[in-house]
Structure formats: C-alpha cells, structure tokens
Design a protein around this ligand. Structure first.
Ligand SMILES: Cc1cc2nc3c(=O)[nH]c(=O)nc-3n(C[C@H](O)[C@H](O)[C@H](O)COP(=O)(O)OP(=O)(O)OC[C@H]3O[C@@H](n4cnc5c(N)ncnc54)[C@H](O)[C@@H]3O)c2cc1C
Length: 406
C-alpha cells in the first residue's frame, strides 16, 4: 500500500499538464459552440483520440497503473475545467468500459473494452454506452423491467425493454445493458450484456433536451427482441447460474465487494464536478479583481471577497475528499462510504460555487455571453447522475449507522 499524499509525483504532474493543455487549447474554446448546438462534438473527441486521451489504453493506464489512485481524478478535473459537456462526451464511453470491467471475464474485457473507443477493423472512433436506468426506475435499481431471456436452442439471450437517460445511447457501437434475468430476485436477479455493433432490434428513442452538459448525447435506448450470443453475457452463464442459485438458497452475496466497486467510481464523478467548480471560481476571482463599482474593485468589498474565500475553501475541501476516496478505493480501504462523501460534497460545491460565480458577475453572469451561466447549468447534473444527492446520503447514513435507513 502506498502512503496517502496530496503532493503530486512527477508522472501525475505531467499528466495534469498534458490534460490541462488540451482542455485550455481545444476543449474550453469549443464549449460554447457545442452547448448551443446540443450535438455530440465528434471533431473534438477525434482530437482527443489523436492525442491518446480518448482511448482504452489511457483509461487502463490511469485506472490500473497508478498505485495512489489519483491519476483519474487529476485528469478528469482538468478536462471538466475545460468544459463539462465536452468532457462528458470524451469520458462517456468510460461508463461502458467500467460496466464491462466490473463483471467481465478477462477474455470479454479484452474483446469489448477496446471496441468502446475504436472500431477494430477500421481504426475509426467508436463509442460505448452503459444502459442501466429506465423511465420508471433510476435510483430504484430493483425496479428495472428490461428482461433477458435465454434461448437454449440457439444459445442466445433475447433482450426487451426501454432504457432512459443513456449517455451516448443509440449512437454507440457498444451498448452494455443491465437486464433482469430472474424477476423474483429484485436487484439480485440482474445481469449485464454487451450488445455488439449493428445488432438488430436496438434503436435510439427520444434524445433529451437538457439543462446542461448539452454537448453530451443523452437518449432513450429501445430494445425490441434484441438477440445476442451467449458469450455476450458478462461473466458467463455458469457464474450467473451459480450466483442465482446462491441467492435463491438465501446465502449472502458479496455485497461488500459490490459496495467497494461503486464507491471506487465515485471520486471520478466528484472530480468532474470539481473541474466545473474550479473553472467558475477562477473566472469570478479574475472578474472581481477587474470590475469596478462605487469607485473601487468589487473584490475590495468583504461580501465579494468572503464569497470567494468560501468558494476556494469548499473547492479545496472537495479535492481533499476526492483524493482521499480515490486512494482508499485503490487500496481497498473504504469504511464509511468515503467515495459517496466525496461525490456528494463535490457535486454540492459545484452547484453552489457556479451559482455564486453568477452572483459575482451580476447581470453579465446571467447572460450567455459569459461562461458562468453555462457552467452553472453543467454543474447541476452532478447532484443527479451516478447516484443522486439523496442516494449518496442514504449510502453514507447506512455506512455510519450500520442500520437499514430508508
Ligand atoms: C444527463 C444524464 C445522463 C445520464 N447518463 C446515464 C447513463 O449513461 N446510464 C444510466 O444508466 N443512467 C444515466 N442517467 C440516469 C441517472 O443515473 C438517473 O437519472 C439517476 O439515477 C436518478 O434516477 P431518476 O432520474 O429515475 O430519479 P428518481 O430515482 O425518480 O429520483 C427522483 C428524486 O427522488 C429522490 N429519491 C429517490 N429514491 C429516494 C430514496 N430512497 N430516498 C430519498 N430520496 C430518494 C432522488 O434523490 C431524486 O431527488 C443519466 C441521467 C442524466 C440526467
């Protein structure tokens, strides 16, 4: 186990600068345009692919080869400092990759994860989508209805249902679908499937018109008698049958391991929020030093300066929680849902800091001529996806109390 340190090592500083330069020179200048267009920013993601930032090798390197666990949050903070909508377009395929990695066999991992980033034959850009949420069940995962039925004759699984709010949904090459294989077992009766490129029966439903992160594509995914080969069941049939039998016998599943997996992904989402918060804080600090009212710079009023002091403090506190949670995740050290704490804190900080930034810019801050209005819209998603604010509170309250809080 490595020691926890906030002091970044040489590799981490190099990574931070590399992503920051891309965010500053490519992502930030494109943010407004793609927010207005509300379209997936293919040319920018192509550029991220050219430099290797959009690639499974980068994800693997950042996630697996850094014993401190800090590389991913460091990279994500910089990218989302550039722009959260484009940041999400670049990072969205990672949700599918993580969904595969969490339950795949090593062979499945090597087959499907690279295809979330690049077409194996043409080398062209590819996308991945992780399809869990449904129109009637987001937080309540036990309420999923999408079904997966096994056809023994053909060794195929048949998927039917509708998935909602899916990042890259319908425009992806690889869709990872969570489906119900045993309806009597609630969330313990789920399994994950890869739907390979070009599979018949999968289509995009409505594309959502969103409040923020509008460069990121979010849509329904409709599964109508989608047939996938048996090898697309992540983890394999034998393991699934064993798990279902264990649950049916009333034996405890490996919920501790599942908890660690969820907790481990949350610092990265917190880092997204942190990047947005930092962008808005830096912008409003500079503005407050320039803007004059009543014959003095507005920062010379304590009410503005103290607001900025609080913004800086909340940002630093968020980063501390994120780094600590990332390190604990890497070192299997979670005790009290520290991943959820980091995500909860950073998301709230981003929503609050970006709102304060609008306040500091006054009327200008409320217009689309200045980026803080967009950053405020972008920040809010972090209170909602990857576990809402209330779901994080639920996870934390259960962890600290050891009680089944409802
Ligand atoms: C832009 C965007 C991108 C997304 N990308 C993906 C994706 O790629 N893949 C995917 O699978 N999903 C994705 N989602 C879905 C997202 O994860 C869900 O929206 C989220 O989990 C909340 O579910 P819900 O919208 O059904 O809200 P609900 O679960 O209906 O919650 C509504 C409100 O009730 C509260 N609530 C619910 N249950 C409880 C409880 N037990 N205690 C206290 N409060 C509670 C919630 O906190 C919330 O405030 C995305 C969503 C958005 C908006």
């Amino acid at each position: 186990m490595t020691d926890f340190s906030m002091k970044l090592n040489e590799d981490q500083l190099t990574l931070q600068k590399w992503v920051h330069d891309f965010a500053e020179n490519v992502v930030r200048p494109a943010g407004e345009e793609w927010d207005e267009k509300e379209e997936f920013p293919y040319p920018i993601v192509e550029q991220a692919k050219e430099i290797g930032l959009y690639s499974w090798e980068f994800m693997a390197e950042a996630m697996m080869n850094d014993p401190t666990g800090l590389s991913m949050p460091i990279a994500i903070e910089e990218l989302f400092w550039g722009d959260a909508g484009i940041g999400m377009a670049i990072m969205g395929s990672g949700l599918a990759a993580a969904g595969i990695a969490s339950s795949a066999t090593p062979e499945q991992l090597m087959e499907w994860v690279p295809q979330c980033y690049e077409n194996a034959d043409t080398g062209k850009l590819a996308l991945g989508a992780f399809c869990a949420s449904e129109p009637d069940a987001g937080s309540d995962v036990g309420g999923y209805r999408t079904s997966a039925k096994y056809d023994e004759k053909t060794d195929e699984w048949v998927l039917n249902g509708t998935k909602a709010w899916i990042t890259n949904g319908g425009i992806s090459d690889i869709h990872v679908v969570v489906a119900v294989v045993d309806p009597e077992l609630g969330s313990k009766g789920h399994a994950s499937f890869v739907v390979p490129p070009g599979t018949k029966g999968l289509s995009q439903g409505q594309k959502y018109k969103k409040h923020g992160i509008r460069a990121s594509h979010t849509a329904e995914v409709v599964l109508d008698d989608v047939r996938v080969p048996g090898r697309c069941l992540l983890g394999g049939k034998e393991k699934l049958d064993e798990r279902i039998a264990r649950v049916r016998r009333g034996e405890k599943g490996n919920s501790q391991a599942a908890m660690q997996t969820f907790e481990a992904t949350r610092p990265a989402v917190g880092a997204q929020a942190l990047g947005v918060a930092r962008a808005a804080y830096e912008y409003s600090l500079e503005y407050a030093k320039e803007r004059e009212a009543f014959g003095r710079k507005i920062i010379m009023n304590q009410s503005i300066a103290f607001m900025l002091a609080d913004m800086a403090t909340e940002i630093e506190a968020s980063r501390l929680l994120i780094y600590r949670a990332a390190w604990l995740g890497k070192n299997k050290g979670f005790k009290n849902a520290e991943g959820s704490m980091a995500k909860l804190k950073a998301a709230r900080t981003a929503t609050w800091v970006t709102e304060r930034a609008i306040q500091i810019l006054g009327g200008y801050g409320y217009t689309r001529e200045y980026p803080v209005e967009r950053w405020h819209r972008d920040a809010k998603i972090h209170d909602i996806f990857e576990g809402t604010e209330q779901i994080q509170q639920l996870v934390i309250s259960r962890a600290i109390s050891d009680l089944r809080i409802e």
